[in-house]
Design a protein around this ligand. Structure first.
Ligand code: SAM
Length: 235
């Protein structure tokens, strides 16, 4: 019987939480911040009163957003990893203006929210880790009010052969070694390139969004096409 991803994805994120931010900066050469800035800009444009960040981790995207809005938005950072949430809460205590971010335990596939209560849902680098995209997208659609916005960031498989070869050299050879050394987790950073390779392309993600409650799906490719940002409207 196949094992649900969440059975091992969750303890994996629990275990790498203390070094997660550092590894993000190192692996992406600091570019991950600029990708989240794009997502925050797309979310800000919808001027949300209530925003939900699904798979918030240590809260990077939530903090990016809170640093740029005019204090009008209440932000819920949801994650199923308690150690990630603990770090997020600690960061919020240390940062002024972050008392609007509420870190909440929960599963992306069973959101603990009233229907149509959220103006904007954002989620960064979570989709690859989920057991079912249709279930996740339906849960997101249920949580967002009609006309509200969804902003997703995710790494995406590279199709161009030469660039794919070079990128894989880095991502499949060096990243696992660096990840193992710093996180001390045996295979979390082997899972990263594998899950990207096996993930859907941006057009397939768009089709799944359209099949599960969203319209006006727009894709922006970032970082030489290695990251895709989807922006969609709740129908
Ligand atoms: C790669 S991290 C991304 C964290 C953050 N969004 C960022 O941009 O740095 C993925 C996060 O999603 C969380 N996650 C994965 N599956 C989840 C699920 N089913 N429900 C809630 N959180 C989940 C993990 O615990 C982890 O914190």
């Amino acid at each position: 019987m196949p094992v649900r991803k969440s059975v091992w994805v969750r303890p994996m994120f629990d275990s790498i939480a203390p070094r997660y931010d550092l590894l993000n900066r190192l692996i992406s050469f600091g570019m991950d911040r600029s990708w989240r800035r794009h997502a925050a800009t797309a979310a800000l444009a919808a001027r949300p009163g209530l925003m939900l960040d699904i798979g918030t981790g240590t809260g990077d995207l939530a903090f990016e957003f809170a640093g740029r809005d005019k204090g009008e938005t209440t932000i819920i950072g949801l994650d199923f990893s308690a150690p990630m949430l603990r770090i997020g809460r600690k960061r919020a205590r240390e940062m002024s203006g972050s008392d609007r971010i509420h870190f909440v335990a929960g599963d992306a596939l069973e959101l603990p929210l009233l229907g149509e209560s959220v103006d904007v849902v954002v989620s960064a680098f979570v989709l690859r880790n989920l057991d079912s995209l249709p279930v996740a997208f339906s849960a997101m659609a249920k949580a967002i009010r009609l006309g509200g916005r969804l902003v997703l960031l995710e790494m995406t498989p590279i199709r161009q052969p030469v660039f794919r070869f070079l990128f894989r050299l880095y991502f499949r050879r060096w990243v696992p070694v660096l990840g193992r050394l710093i996180s001390r987790h045996p295979d979390a950073y082997t899972w990263l390139p594998e899950s990207v390779d096996n993930f859907l392309g941006p057009d397939e993600v768009s089709a799944q969004l359209e099949a599960n409650g969203f319209v006006d799906v727009q894709v922006t490719r970032l970082a030489f096409g290695t990251v895709a940002m989807h922006v969609a409207t709740r129908r």
